[in-house]
Design a protein around this ligand. Sequence first.
Ligand code: MSP
Length: 518
Amino acid sequence: MSKRFYITTAIDYVNGQPHLGHAYEKVIADVISRGRRSLGQDVFFLTGLDEHGQKVQQAAQAEGKDPQSYCDKLAADWKAFAARLSLTNDDFIRTTDARHKRVVQACLAKVNADGHVYKKTYEGFYSAKEETFLTEKDRLPDGTFDPSYGEVAVLKEENYFFKLTEQQQWLIDYIEANPTFIQPDYRRNEVLGFLKNNTLEDLCISRPVARLNWGIPLPFDPGYVTYVWFDALVNYITVPAAHGDSVVTAIVGAPPSVEGTPESLWPADLHVIGKDIVKFHAVYWPIMLKALGLPLPKQLLVHGWWQKDGAKISKSTGNIIDPIAVINEWGLDAFRFYVLRELDIGPDGNWTDAGFKSRYASELANGLGNLVNRSLSMLKRYRNGVVPVRSDELSADAEKVIAETKSFLEQNELQKALQSIWSLVTRANQYVDRTAPFKLAKDPAQAQRLDEVLYNLTETCRILAVLIWPYLPETAAKLNAQLGLPGEPNKFSAAVWGGLIAGHTIGEPAALFPRKDG
Ligand code: MSP
């Protein structure tokens, strides 16, 4: 059993419906997964839901529901959402799963037995909204707390704490010695800056049942439930444990029954997360894993946040994008294309409807759509849909883009790969304009030249289907069918010039991206 490339997303809070930010992250992880599978890697892709904690309990209360049935109802919506995005996830974790509770409790029992946990009375500031304790350092210059914390109250409470203070130096050394552990670099530098300029406070990992009961009970004190982040982060090892990964089960024990055939997953190769949750993944999670005796994940890939029309996405102000509405109107691939083409993984982005429509019109409809439609329609009209003898005029351009795309996919440079692929679309559209096959078709003496042009265009379309598949799976499949080729173009190894054989008959051309006027 060889180790699979294990990629995860953040698990979303189920206190509402999915929005653009959630969709964006899941699409990033899906394109990376598909890209690597196409390149021949064995990938395991995990996503799911974070169902415990105060936010969820309050959301359930607001609807007059008990938290479990509230979560069950919403989990169905979020799973349907994952399917609507065509995510190719291999498992879907819910933190209310029995398999997860078992692993969280095993982790807590182990760190407690190994002396990493202690109990103390804490008196200090507490933000109920963010479910977090605050210190003097969190105060703004005017003495107040950031409005994002909501109402901050003084709280006196006995709780369990996970020791962090002695862990700071090895973590700094580790991050310095492993420059790719946190990407992009500026996020890594932020974490290093934070660790070097602050002393870590021990992490409160419990909440008294009297105050919050929607959580996983501490195995060593039933008067408490587990702090939501200690619960949530563990999801990344719950799934390996449930699938019989021996690295993890050696620490947390074997599951009552292994799901499927035993897998080798841990350590994770990639945690895809947003910029707001870097501290949890880059500081708390490595320290938790080290305390458990487990290897650290290989990389955190940190994406930025979307705004809409220059303002924060917010349910309360109504400044939201409903990804499902966009997909229903424009198609799944248009949505996937826009978010990855518009925004590199790292900086923040700004969604505008005008920007979305403009990319749809210029890059999808007039770019790829027009190229495919012209190329295949001309082959149909002038050669009855039969592929002429091979010609290599565009082969060097295609091979260059194939090599670039491969290399960018391997480096998770999703926007750069798309830019490279679209340089081939542009090149091929220019080739149509320059060679003017519609004119060649009128002159019988140019029959051979027309054959050459048609071969180059049709073969470029075939290669494009392979290159776009990780990003635009529906379009790639349609294009393959229009080319009269079987199955999905999901093997990167097929992206080699000359695959189309003379005499092959293509299928029926049809518009890939219907033009929408107005
Ligand atoms: N439940 C925690 C994560 C636990 S992971 C062990 C959480 N959930 S969340 O629902 O608030 O956010 C889930 C992911 O969506 C995070 O990575 C977050 O950064 C991302 N996004 C939420 N809003 C976003 C935008 N507006 N734009 C881009 N991504 C955003 O945090």
